[in-house]
Design a protein around this ligand. Sequence first.
Ligand code: BGC
Length: 767
Amino acid sequence: MKTTAIAVLAAVMVALISACGETQPNDPASRVEALLGQMTLEEKIGQLNQYSNTFDITGPPPEDQVGRVRLERIRNGLVGSMLNLAGVEETRRAQEQAVEHSRLGIPMIFGLDVVHGYRTMFPIPLGEAASWDLEAIERSARIAATEAAAAGIHWTFAPVVDIAHDARWGRIMEGAGEDPFLASRVAEARVRGFQGRDLASIDTVAACAKHFAAYGFAEAGREYNTVEISENTLQNAVLPPFKAAVDAGVATIMNAFNEIGGIPATANSHLQREILKGEWGFKGFVVSDWDSIGELTVHGVAADLRGAAAMAIAAGSDMDMQGEAYISHLADLVRSGAVSEDLIDDAVRRILRVKFQLGLFDDPYRYCDATREQRVILSREHLDAARDVARRSIVLLKNDNDLLPLDATRGSIAVIGALAADKDTPLGSWRARALPGSAVSLHEGIRAAVGDDVEITYAEGAPLTVGERSFLHELTFNTGDTSGFAAAVAAAEAADTVVIALGEEAYQSGEARSQVDIGLRGVQQQLLEQVYAANPNTVVVLMNGRPLALDRMAANAPAILETWHLGSEAGHAIADVLFGNYNPSGRLPVSFPYHVGQEPLYYNAKGTGRPRSRGDVFWSHYTDAPNRALFPFGFGLSYTTFEYSAVELSADELAIGEELTVEVTVENTGERSGTEVVQLYVRDLVGSVTRPVKELKGFRLIELEPGSEQRVRFILTADDLAFFTARGRWEAEQGEFAVSIGPSSEELTEKRFVLTSGCEPSAQNVR
Ligand code: BGC
């Protein structure tokens, strides 16, 4: 650390110890205040400034103008954070620039999108949510954090907690699906996993719940599009997972690109100041999304970057990611009186507090241990955990005549499809620092799982895409090349069983990957039909980042396994399920439609005034497709069967402060042990505002041996029944409720009870 910086920090500490006898010098709040008191306005604003890495920080000084300016600013204490740096050497070099050269030596905080793993890749988040296994999800985030922290990263831009109702939106792969309850539990698990028990531990990273808010509600599923939702939907559907993340102690929040009700999220005081920092008491900081402050001018709510900076800081956006707005204009805005310095101080405090919590002031290089980096990243233990989480995330959608599991000891299998040999696609999008092409392919997984007496052949059939596949550029699909079909059909004919991999390549979902067609792209459906005609013993292994419209496929293929993009160990995990070494236990966290035209499609919708036909056409429906999902939320098969019986309530009334017990007996009636996800839904029959036809309020994973049964018990209180009412508050309303239990959102046994205390749903004190 530069001598002057040491001197200033030392003076601050001495001042603290001597001036205020009772103040603990290690108390983060006092340390923040002491440091703040030393900072110039420019240095404060520097803390709000974040850059993406544009030059090789370990190399010679940057030659380009942007690189030079950034390096200079880091050395002048004008950069509080960087993103897209990784690795001990790189982060140490970058940190040295700030710590050794700037006046106060304030360390930078390094962020990266560690969304489902750092180098050991876990399933994409939507896939992982399909496990419904909160311990597994927490473990996955814990390992991702351990690897990222070992690579010098302090902060992940995850979890994504955006609820999404529309499978056309490519970023549906990053979240936990369509349900606020499940997504809230997953958000908590991920925050716990990333942040561990203590942010100061060297194997934890600060988490960032994003994108605040309603980014998943882009009109028509088109990326970055306008969001137009009511306060009712915002409060009841969108915000709960954010609130859960905040209650779980998430250190930071990222705002969003979209506008909502005419105000871009980045300039939205209602969201950031009133709700997040006000009502919820969030003490961490808000980072903008990539240049989302700059984009306020493009949205047309600010005339120029200066205006954008003023709006964003007033609205509670604390850190400017890559936007240049704060660093260019805030100082002048403060000096001219247009922006109060209190706003700057509040933002700086929030950022410094997180840096203190991470221990960066105690040792800015504590995350930079090359030996640890070498030992921890991609360890055998991490890969084994990735395989375990991956197989828990697989959902068996169809299994006619028990075609699965396959015999691993004899017979012949034709493995077909470009995705079956693809070692890159299973890594998915947002793959942090995964090594390209490092996943175990399905073909490899099958080979490793079978004995010598099983004959395996492979045929590509047809490439899925042509040309370069990249995160940055559009994909081009193969729509005409069927030259490999004949070999695939011949392989199918010659084999006892076919395993065909179909779906989406890695970058077909993720940011900026909206689609109007969510069926199989290219010539995949044709390939499937020809292969199926040659051999009906066809198992489809789906790899995809969003729900697909599988109507045509489901009409034929006898077995369908949803495997998402499962990460580094994908092939082994899928083989575990194909050959019955693992009995599938995943359940869909999102509805799969018959047809894209049903989107947005979600199980917890409103009933409307005309939910059923009264013998004529005048009810809420399509004339050419059903309303329901082809594969509904919560659905997934097993190699065994479970029977539900004796659903009982402890009472038929509940009052505030009391508990209602809901019990069910679940029996494994098949021949294998298996895990069942027991689900509990509630419907509020009369509310001050319309209520969803059902809402998940509890779930339990139970493991049962064949022939054994378990009494599963849920406890409901009035808090579980609360929602954002017409009075604009979260509260439970008196009246009748339906509670139902079952194996999916569509197979339920219903009971009724009455909430006897709480607000009246009647509308007289409303609106
Ligand atoms: C995405 C964010 C991400 C950021 C930094 C943006 O384009 O919307 O989710 O964290 O880039 O990579």
